[in-house]
Design a protein around this ligand. Structure first.
Ligand SMILES: [Zn+2]
Length: 320
C-alpha cells in the first residue's frame, strides 16, 4: 500500500478490505473502512474533517481502482460524517432514518459554529497555554493530540458543507457485489439511538462503528445504557473474529468483553457514589478504575467526565 496519510494508517484485513485507523493527531479522529465489493467500492464512515476524508477517498481509489459508490454513516456524531461532502455527487450515502433525522437537527449548530468560531479559537489558545506548562508527559501528550484535532476542526469550518445521507434503511440491507456482499445492520439503541454496523460474514469481519471503543474510553453521553451493553454482549456470542472499532486499534472478541467490562465497572462505581450522596464533582475526582481501564482514562480524559455526568443524570432519572 503506497498511499500515506497524516490522518490515518491503512491495514489490510483481507484482499480488498481495509481499515483506516485514525492517527493520534490529525483530521480523522475516528476510524473508517474501505471495501472492494468487486464492481463497486464502499467506504464505512467519513471521519471528522473533509481534509481527512479526501485522503480516504484517494486511498479508496488507489486500492480499488474506482471511485467510491457507497458511503455508510454509522451514526450521527459529527466525527463520522463530516467528510461526506468530498465524495462523488452520484455516491449513495446510507444511514438509518433515525440517524438522518439527528444529523439534520445538527445542521443549525454547525452553521452557527461557522458564523462565529471566536469562542472555539479562544478555547484552543487556552489549551495551548496549559500545554506549555504541563509537566506530566502523559497528560501533555493528550493535550497535544486534542489541540491538533481541534486545529483541524477549526481549519475545516469555513469550507464545511455538511452533506446528508440520500438513502436510509430500517433494519438490515445487503449490498451485493461481484466479489463479496456487505451486510448493514441497524443495531437500534446502543452508543446512540441508532448505530449501524457492517458485516463481511465470509471474512468474519465487523466494522463496528462507535459500538466499539477499544483500548480507550467509550463515549457514553448519548448512549442507551442497557441497549449498548446488550449490543456488545450479543456480538460476543457471534463467531465473528475481527472488529474495527470507531475509536482505537483493531480488535477481537477479547476487546468486546473488555469494553463491556469498562461500562459495567464505571456504572457500578458511579451508582455507588450516587447512592452514597456524593456530589458529581466529588465523584469525578474520587472515582478510579482498575487495570487496564485506568490507562484508558488518559486516552480521552474528557470522555471520563462526560460518562460520569451522564451516569449521574441517568440514575437521577431512574429515581424519579
Ligand atoms: Zn460516536
Amino acid at each position: 500500500m503506497s498511499m500515506a496519510s497524516q490522518h490515518f494508517s491503512l491495514k489490510e484485513l483481507a484482499d480488498g478490505v481495509y481499515a483506516a485507523i485514525a492517527s493520534d493527531s490529525g483530521g480523522a479522529f475516528s476510524n473508517a473502512g474501505i471495501i472492494d465489493l468487486g464492481d463497486s467500492t464502499l467506504v464505512f464512515d467519513t471521519m471528522n474533517t473533509p481534509v481527512a476524508a479526501s485522503d480516504l477517498k484517494c486511498a479508496a481509489k488507489e486500492l480499488t481502482g474506482r471511485s467510491v459508490y457507497y458511503v455508510v454513516n454509522s451514526h450521527w456524531h459529527a466525527d463520522h460524517w463530516m467528510g461526506n461532502q468530498v465524495f462523488d455527487q452520484r455516491a449513495m450515502i446510507i444511514s438509518t432514518p433515525e440517524t438522518l433525522e439527528l444529523m439534520r437537527s445538527e445542521l443549525d449548530d454547525i452553521l452557527e459554529s461557522q458564523r462565529d468560531y471566536s469562542g472555539f479559537q479562544k478555547e484552543i489558545e487556552d489549551y495551548e497555554k496549559i500545554f506549555q506548562v504541563e509537566s506530566d508527559p502523559l497528560r501533555k501528550e493528550v493535550l497535544r493530540s486534542t489541540i491538533s484535532r481541534w486545529r483541524f476542526e477549526l481549519e475545516a469550518l469555513p469550507g464545511l458543507e455538511p452533506r446528508l445521507p440520500n438513502m436510509t434503511f430500517e433494519k438490515m440491507i445487503t449490498l451485493h457485489g461481484k466479489r463479496r456482499q456487505a451486510e448493514l445492520y441497524n443495531a437500534g439503541k446502543g452508543h446512540t439511538v441508532s448505530d449501524v454496523f457492517l458485516v463481511l460474514s465470509e471474512e468474519q469481519i465487523v466494522f463496528w462503528g462507535d459500538l466499539g471503543f477499544f483500548s480507550c474510553q467509550p463515549y457514553m453521553a448519548s448512549c442507551d445504557l442497557e441497549g449498548w451493553k446488550s449490543q456488545i454482549l450479543s456480538m460476543t456470542q457471534s463467531l465473528y473474529k475481527h472488529f474495527i472499532p470507531g475509536h482505537g486499534p483493531l480488535g477481537n472478541q477479547m476487546d468486546l468483553r473488555l469494553e463491556h467490562e469498562y461500562i459495567v465497572t464505571l456504572e457500578e462505581k458511579v451508582r455507588r457514589a450516587f447512592q452514597d450522596g456524593v456530589s458529581v464533582e466529588a465523584a469525578l475526582s474520587q472515582i478510579s478504575l482498575p487495570d487496564p481501564f485506568n490507562d484508558w482514562i488518559y486516552n480521552g480524559a474528557h470522555r471520563f467526565e462526560a460518562n460520569v455526568r451522564f451516569l449521574y443524570e441517568y440514575f437521577k432519572e431512574e429515581q424519579e
